[in-house]
Design a protein around this ligand. Sequence first.
Ligand SMILES: [Mg+2]
Length: 188
Amino acid sequence: MSTDPSVSVFEQRIVEKKTELIKAANVIASELKNCSNDDLSKSAKAFENLVAHCKDSIKFRLIVHLDLDCFFAQCEMDKNLKLKNVPMAVGSNFMLSTANYEARKYGVRSGMPGFQAKQRCPGLSIIPLDFGCYEEASERFFTVLDIFDPECIKAGLDEAYIEITNIYLNRKEPGKFLYFVVFFNIYL
Ligand SMILES: [Mg+2]
């Protein structure tokens, strides 16, 4: 308990509650990171418990952060299917924006100079940036998000925050919800 007289008991309780929730959320996040599909039901239960706990204690809002996986590389692989199974990155010899998982196996990373990436992965295909294509794909992404939350917050071409509080509260099958959060794959 704080001894600061300017902090009310109520405020102190909020701080404690937040700390408790962050701790619980971190446990779930680490469980999700390591769990297989079979283990998901356990984490789903933990998630449900956490939400039940939050709902009764503080103003409850459920906000999901979505960040599409290696977005520019995915767009390029959709344009040219031959790139799907070979190491590839998007960018230039000067700097890479992103790389697919085949390239990541060799240690190729975002922000790395292309020439350095080629030293690690001589077979790497470097595809020049095509922002027109990424913007089109991004528009399709946000069109889908609009269905869930018309006021979603855009944090980049492939990144957004959506509020799904009402979707969650009105859900028909509680056990399926976590799948929605974790495996929300959008096929552009
Ligand atoms: Mg991303």
